[in-house]
Design a protein around this ligand. Structure first.
Ligand SMILES: Nc1ncnc2c1ncn2[C@@H]1O[C@H](COP(=O)(O)OP(=O)(O)OP(=O)(O)O)[C@@H](O)[C@H]1O
Ligand SMILES: [Mg+2]
Length: 357
């Protein structure tokens, strides 16, 4: 059943039916990215993964995306703006479904049926989480739903040589979680998910500023400071930059300006980077030696948090693995899912089976 009607598909012969209107969707903790294949390119759209709901009925979704984000922290008493995903995982099915319907409405013209959608979810998701993603896709009106690991999607979207036996690795550092995925012969060879990402860094910045300055700052200001002047401690020399935000003094509740510098952010990032390096060490410990050359030459970091200055240097300091930072870190997962949605035969049957580990 389609929410947009499916007259067009009904007129076609089932055996020769070409699935129109395929979409790839990266349902992220912070951002949902929609990629629609268009010739050999993609039309890309992005919405914040936020919905607003009634406080006494969290399944009653009132607004989705930008409209809901504007309500964050400023909603009337009986309405709250929330994120349907926490740490990369769907937390509320009704809310995630509203987000997915919005994503499909953005990607597919009104009145047209939704063909195939491919959704990227964290690679270590349980059967229950995977089924939940499939179910919301079908309930949202898609004819055919495929759920695949975000890491594999990122590798495909980044154009990595996934079919080769040598191996390749993707490190996807998002807002809620970090996925480290080794791929060879078109399938997932190994995966490690660390449930830490950019959101945790923002919270740590808030905590550190409070600890050092006795000033409370907003989480969005912390994120802005991180994006503007953030860095990771590493052997490389980076300029210590500063960013000023207005906070609330916890001494007297008065407005107080605080200056956040790159070093404070590097301190805030430290425990999260340690977790990521811990995950990388586990992957390297289990890595078959045959795949080391591929991982050494073809590891790419994606996800918004991969933009942190000094990340590449720090990972090299700790692991001797030279990584490349994707120049398109926030849309590669969606692009990868769209490539599969448009051309699922590009994935061999055994690869499709391995698309989730
Ligand atoms: N220049 C930057 N420096 C550091 N962090 C950044 C930068 N730009 C974006 N980010 C962070 O990237 C994160 C968002 O990345 P992304 O869109 O890949 O996450 P997501 O896919 O929604 O989350 P997840 O994959 O964990 O579900 C946010 O935490 C954001 O603050
Ligand atoms: Mg992501």
């Amino acid at each position: 059943m389609s929410i947009f009607g499916n007259e067009e598909l009904d007129e076609m012969e089932p055996t020769v039916r070409v699935v129109k209107n395929s979409l790839g969707i990266d349902l992220g903790t912070l951002n949902t990215v929609i990629a629609k294949p268009s010739g050999d390119k993609f039309d890309l759209y992005q919405i914040p993964s936020v919905v607003s709901v009634k406080k006494d009925d969290p399944t009653a979704v009132l607004a989705v995306g930008e409209e809901a984000k504007k309500m964050l922290g400023r909603t009337p008493e009986d309405i709250v703006a929330v994120r349907p995903l926490k740490k990369g995982v769907i937390e509320n099915i009704a809310q995630a479904q509203a987000l997915l319907i919005k994503a499909m409405e953005i990607g597919i013209k009104e009145g047209e049926s939704v063909g195939r959608i491919v959704i990227g979810i964290p690679g270590d998701s349980s059967e229950v989480e995977k089924n939940a993603a499939e179910e919301i896709g079908r309930k949202a009106g898609a004819e055919y739903v495929l759920v695949i690991s975000e890491g594999l999607a990122a590798a495909i979207g980044a154009g990595l040589p996934i079919a080769e036996p040598n191996g390749t690795m993707v490190i996807d550092i998002g807002a809620g979680s970090t996925d480290l995925v080794v791929i060879s012969l078109g399938g997932i060879n190994d995966i490690e998910t660390v449930r830490f990402g950019g959101d945790d860094i923002d919270q740590r910045i808030v905590d550190l500023v409070e600890e050092k300055e006795n000033v409370a700052i907003g989480i969005h200001d912390a994120e802005a400071a991180k994006i503007e002047v953030g860095m990771v401690h590493s052997s490389a020399d980076f300029e210590n930059l500063t960013y000023e935000v207005m906070g609330k003094s916890l001494e007297n509740n008065r407005p107080k300006r605080v200056v956040i510098d790159s070093k404070l952010i590097a301190d805030a990032v430290e425990p999260i980077i340690q977790e990521i390096i811990g995950g990388l060490n586990l992957i390297l410990e289990r890595l078959p030696p045959e795949l080391m050359m591929g991982v050494y030459t073809n590891t790419v970091a994606v996800g918004g948090s991969s933009r942190l200055k000094g990340l590449k240097e720090r990972i090299f300091d700790e692991s001797d693995i030279p990584i490349k930072i994707s120049d398109d870190p926030m849309t590669v997962v969606a692009k990868g899912t769209a490539i599969i949605a448009a051309e699922p035969l590009a994935l061999e049957p055994e690869v499709r089976l391995k698309a989730m580990k």
